[in-house]
Design a protein around this ligand. Structure first.
Ligand code: DGL
Length: 275
């Protein structure tokens, strides 16, 4: 992390994702730090990131980081697992000392590596995240006794975005993924995608509540608070902030779906950063 020499506590926190799924992370941060002002950006013009090449994800992420710097953010949270897997280092290099940069994978890795009871860990995520092998390599480095197996679950993202969960079909899609031999005998499961907190109850039910689920959103909110405290950047304000929500391509459908991911009604504004 850079020395936060030029940053001030009343600057906002920028949070970005490929779309609206990262609102689960924004929501966790808002719940933990209710006085921090948030600037959210969902790159709906390029959704989904899960199928894109690493070069494209890096290119998009750096441009969005510039948008956050233009909005004077003190911290940039990469609230997308795929972008965290493929573009974190590139964003960090680009941003330098101009803001703190947080990804959604390291906080999860730290939590898991500390837990000596966990030996075999499963991950469900997009194709891009799984192909990167990021959870396996970071966890192995942090705790060489742990072993990570991941599977890509591409059907789950569009299913959740359509509000299509908590029914027989979603339960059978989830069961069909979770019964794959690769993640059969695990001690914990990482929900490695922004959308998965919404199907957490169904996943818990599948495992009869016997397998702990590790949700990136909660861990990231803890990490954000910790880092802001450490750098003396927690806002002193006690007022309710007015958050701003941007997407790169506005549609009514996106605005309607935001209610699944965030606890308050949201107005999305289009930021034409690609046009
Ligand atoms: N936000 C993405 C992630 O967490 C999921 C959606 C996408 O593929 O863009 O990996």
């Amino acid at each position: 992390m850079p020395e936060s020499v030029n940053l001030t506590a009343n600057q906002p926190i920028g949070i970005f994702d490929s779309g609206i799924g990262g609102l689960t992370v924004a929501r966790a941060i808002k719940d933990k730090l209710p006085h921090e002002k948030l600037i959210y950006f969902g790159d709906t013009a390029h959704l989904p990131y899960g199928d894109k090449s690493p070069d494209s994800i890096k290119y998009y992420s750096i441009r969005i980081a510039q948008f956050m710097l233009d909005h004077k953010c003190k911290m940039i949270v990469i609230a997308c697992n795929t972008a965290s897997a493929l573009a974190y280092e590139a964003v960090k290099d680009f941003v330098g000392k101009r803001a703190l940069v947080v990804n959604v994978i390291d906080p999860v890795v730290e939590k898991i590596a500390k837990d000596k009871t966990l030996k075999s860990i499963g991950v469900i995520a997009t194709k891009g995240t799984i192909k990167s092998g990021i959870h396996a390599s970071k966890i192995k480095k942090a705790n060489s006794n742990q072993n990570v197996q991941g599977i890509a679950t591409p059907l789950l993202v569009p299913m959740i975005e359509e509000g299509f969960f908590n029914n027989n079909i979603s339960r059978s899609i989830i069961a069909s993924y979770l019964s794959r031999p690769k993640i059969k005998n695990i001690d914990a499961l990482i929900l490695g995608c922004t959308h998965f907190p919404l199907i957490r109850p169904e996943i818990e039910e599948y495992y009869n509540h016997k397998i702990p689920l590790i949700d990136a959103a909660d861990e990231v909110a803890i990490q954000v608070e910790h880092l802001l405290k450490k750098h003396k950047l927690l806002t002193p304000s006690k007022k309710k902030p007015v958050h701003q929500f941007y997407v790169s391509d506005f549609t009514d459908a996106f605005e309607k779906s935001t209610r699944f991911f965030f606890s308050e009604a949201i107005r999305l504004h289009e930021a034409r950063i690609w046009k």
